[in-house]
Every structure is written in structure tokens, then in C-alpha cells.
Design a binder for this molecule. Structure first.
Ligand code: 5AD
Ligand code: SF4
Length: 430
């Protein structure tokens, strides 16, 4: 999501006639788009700002700014005061207010007549950095308030983008280039179209579920070959959404964050489902799409997590037979419910131990699961070609590598797997 937001910031600045550069010391404007999900990401921002401030010596008019999640949750600017000089400090949703601010700082570089008067930040058309799949933001913010999570504070309440705008953004894409669409939202499967009248009359889901209906609409768009979305919340899955996973262009991979496999911890996290509900959901998904690959997110060492509760997570991980998971050691975030009500009492040592344990189980399981692909044919979107080899993700989101040349770049090809390793499926094009 942040990457897609950065693509919008780029287009916003290019509209003023600025050019992108890879050399920060040459830039007239340096903006950092921050993530606040874990403390570590925020700590790194200090280093960037410190280094960038040195450029002011040779560039007295340099504009340095911070956007993204950090200013979003730092309403009283307590953290801002810890930085060396920054000229701009705004949450991403304030992007439409930026022309005035920039104009005040440097009217020559930012004449107001060049600015686009848009009301929502997502209306700025992104300059896409990824040449093969296009991220499409369909929603911003979140109302779920999971107790560990800073997102509802940093991105604000959930707001859904009009269906018409989403479909127009996709239809406008260069279809030769962007074969894959990635739909983005914090709680993407809770999507509620503010303009449901724009669903097609023959959309089978329009009266039933807006997210399933959106997937159906994107499936109808010519040129779109693959559709991925992230991240859904288990609580919002229903039979319509499960059925929509079988629409022809859907990826054969689902990323579905569970966070914990223990009911008490889930409750304490304010995740509104149980372990049993989640396991049953996975069963239902596999029933309609038996070969789907599954991924998840897990937090270890949440406040008060006992060894037994952690074991319940390991047990759920194995029961659900995930293909991959992303593990995070719990990081206390200021202002969250967990910060106010619970004690971050699991030592760093135990967090690390649990992280390593689950990581090891995942790695073993990933290798085991990949054996399924031996001698099977997978469909690969080629995104890199080097030294006679091409690679890209299969529909199962498995990195696949095979002999091939640059002419295959950006194409979807069929690859027969002969050597499935843990992180790469090796094969040959058929
Ligand atoms: N500490 C650790 N991990 C977190 N995540 C969100 N908030 C925290 C936190 N405070 C993880 C969740 C989420 C992913 C994007 O980041 O697993 O799914
Ligand atoms: Fe954070 Fe929970 Fe919202 Fe996801 S659903 S963004 S974890 S509060």
C-alpha cells in the first residue's frame, strides 16, 4: 500500500514539472513515505532525515518531508520534535492539500496553477514502478482496531473508493504491460462500494456482497489476466467471496492473516473470529479450490502470550497447512489499546525464540508443500530475465525459474517444474 502511495506522490510532483532522480543529493524535494506497523521501521526514518539534512549545505532551498503512517498517528507532533528540520509533515490522505503548502515554501517551483484540484489522494494517477502488475487501491483506513495495530490511528477510518473510479483506473492501464491487478485495502474484503449503482446488471453478486461483486467486475475487464488482493480479514469471508475465488482470473493463492491460533489471544487482539472459525474457513476455501496456495501473517510474543498459547498457534499453522507465512515479533505501538491496557511482558529473548521456532516449521512445511508441483505445469508471469534464466511468480505466488531469454519478459508462460526447492521452483518452459 505504501509503495502504491509513493507512486501517487511521484505523479503529484511530476505534475509540477519535477523529475524523478535516484540521487538524493541532487533532489529539490525529498519525501519519505513511512511505515509505522513496527517500531523498527520508524526508527530507520531518523537516519534518513539526519543524512538528508546534510544536503542543505549545498542546497539551501531543499524541501524535506515526511508522509505516510508516522505523521498520521503523531497528531500532537511529539515525534516530529525529535527530528532535525523537516519542512513537510503530513499523512498521506492530506496529499490534496499539499499544493498550498508547497507553494508557500517555494512559489516558483510550485506555482498553484500547475496543481490538480483533487479531493481524494487516490485520485492522483500513480506512476507505476512495477512494470508488470498494477496496484489498485480500493480502500484506505480501518475501523477494526485490533489492539496491537496502529493502522486505524495512522491511516484513519475506513473509506472505500468508488467502484466507477476503480474500474476506470484498471481499464485505462496499458493492458500489454500490466497483466496482473493487485487490489489493495487494509480490510480489502470488507469493501463496500459507495456507488453500487455502477455494478453491472448481470453481476451475480451485486446484491449479495460488494467485494465478490468487485472481483467479478474486474474479471470481466479485457486484457486483465490475473487478479490478486491483499489483505482480507477472515471475519468478513462469506460464501459469495469464497465462490468468487474460483472466478477464472483469480490467483491460485490467498493471503489470509490469522495472527494467532489461540482463542484467548485472538480475543485480546480484538480479532473477531475464533480458531475454529478460521480452520473451518480454510476447509471451505479448499473445498471450492483444492489446489490453492495459502499464506498468512502471525504475531509472536503478544502481551501475556503463554507457551501453551504459542503452541496453539504452531498447531493451527500445521493444521491449516499453509504454504508460507510472515512472522513478526510483537512490537508495542504508542496509542494502541494494547499499549494502554496490556503489558508488553514477553521478553525479547522469548519473542526471538518463538519467532525462530515458527520460522523453522514454516520453512520445513514450505519445502514439503512445494513437492506437490514436481512434474506439474504452472503459469508464470515473467518479471526478470538475466544470464539466460527467466523468473516470475506462478499463480500460486511461487517464485519460478527456468531457462529463457529477455523476449519472455512481461509474458505469461507455462513452466513444467522438475526441481521444486524451498523458495524457488525450477523448471522448463513448455
Ligand atoms: N507488532 C508486530 N506485528 C504487527 N503487525 C501489525 N501490527 C503489529 C505489531 N504491533 C503485523 C500483523 C499484520 C502485518 C502487516 O504486520 O501480522 O498482519
Ligand atoms: Fe490493523 Fe486489524 Fe485493521 Fe488489519 S484489520 S489494519 S491488523 S486494525
Amino acid at each position: 500500500m505504501n509503495k502504491n502511495d509513493s507512486e501517487r506522490i511521484a505523479s503529484f510532483l511530476v505534475d509540477f514539472g519535477l523529475k524523478q532522480t535516484t540521487k538524493p543529493e541532487k533532489a529539490d524535494v525529498l519525501l519519505i513515505n513511512t511505515c509505522s506497523v513496527r517500531e523498527h521501521a520508524e526508527q530507520r526514518v531518523f537516519g534518513f532525515i539526519h543524512n538528508w539534512n546534510k544536503f542543505r549545505e549545498n542546497k539551501p532551498n531543499l524541501i524535506i518531508g515526511i508522509t505516510g503512517c508516522l505523521p498520521g498517528h503523531d497528531k500532537d507532533e511529539k515525534i516530529r520534535k525529535k527530528f532535525e528540520k523537516v519542512d513537510l509533515y503530513f499523512p498521506i490522505i492530506d496529499l490534496p492539500n499539499l499544493p498550498e503548502k508547497l507553494n508557500k515554501i517555494n512559489p516558483e517551483l510550485f506555482p498553484l496553477e500547475k496543481s490538480k484540484q483533487l479531493s481524494e489522494y487516490w485520485e492522483y494517477e500513480p506512476i507505476r514502478q512495477n512494470n508488470f502488475s498494477a496496484s489498485i487501491t480500493i480502500q484506505n483506513g480501518c475501523n477494526n482496531f485490533c489492539t496491537y495495530c496502529i493502522v486505524p490511528y495512522s491511516r484513519g477510518r475506513e473509506k472505500n473508493r468508488p467502484l466507477k473510479e476503480i474500474l476506470e483506473e484498471i481499464k485505462k492501464l496499458d493492458k500489454e504491460k500490466f497483466l496482473q491487478i493487485d487490489l489493495l485495502g487494509q480490510v480489502v474484503n470488507n469493501y463496500q462500494a459507495p456507488d453500487p449503482e455502477n455494478f453491472s446488471l448481470n453481476n451475480p453478486y451485486q446484491e449479495k456482497d460488494h467485494f465478490a461483486a468487485l472481483l467479478w467486475e474486474v474479471n470481466q475487464i479485457e486484457g486483465v489476466k490475473r487478479i490478486f488482493f491483499t489483505a482480507p480479514d477472515p471475519q468478513y469471508f462469506n460464501d459469495w467471496q469464497i465462490e468468487a475465488l474460483t472466478l477464472p482470473k483469480m490467483m491460485n493463492y490467498l493471503h489470509i492473516p490469522v495472527q494467532s491460533g489461540d482463542n484467548k489471544i485472538l480475543k485480546k487482539m480484538n480479532r473477531k473470529y475464533t480458531r475454529e472459525f478460521f480452520i473451518e474457513l480454510i476447509r471451505k476455501i479448499r473445498q471450492v479450490k483444492p489446489e490453492i496456495a495459502l499464506g498468512t501473517d502471525i504475531i509472536v510474543g503478544f502481551c501475556g502470550e503463554t507457551e501453551e498459547q504459542f503452541q496453539n498457534t504452531l498447531d493451527l499453522y500445521q493444521q491449516c497447512d499453509f504454504d508460507i507465512s510472515y512472522h513478526a515479533k510483537y512490537s508495542n505501538r504508542p496509542g494502541t489499546v494494547a499499549d494502554k491496557l496490556f503489558v508488553d511482558d514477553i521478553s525479547e529473548e522469548i519473542k526471538k525464540e518463538r519467532w525462530q521456532k515458527i520460522q523453522k516449521i514454516m520453512e520445513e512445511q514450505t519445502l514439503k508443500k512445494n513437492q506437490f508441483y514436481k512434474d506439474k505445469i504452472v503459469s508464470v508471469l515473467v518479471t526478470e530475465c538475466q544470464d539466460g534464466y527467466c523468473q516470475g511468480n506462478s499463480k500460486e505466488m511461487k517464485l519460478t525459474k527456468f531457462l529463457g531469454d529477455k523476449s519472455l519478459l512481461g509474458k505469461i508462460v507455462q513452466v513444467k517444474i522438475n526441481n521444486p526447492e524451498r523458495w524457488i521452483l525450477f523448471g522448463e518452459m513448455v
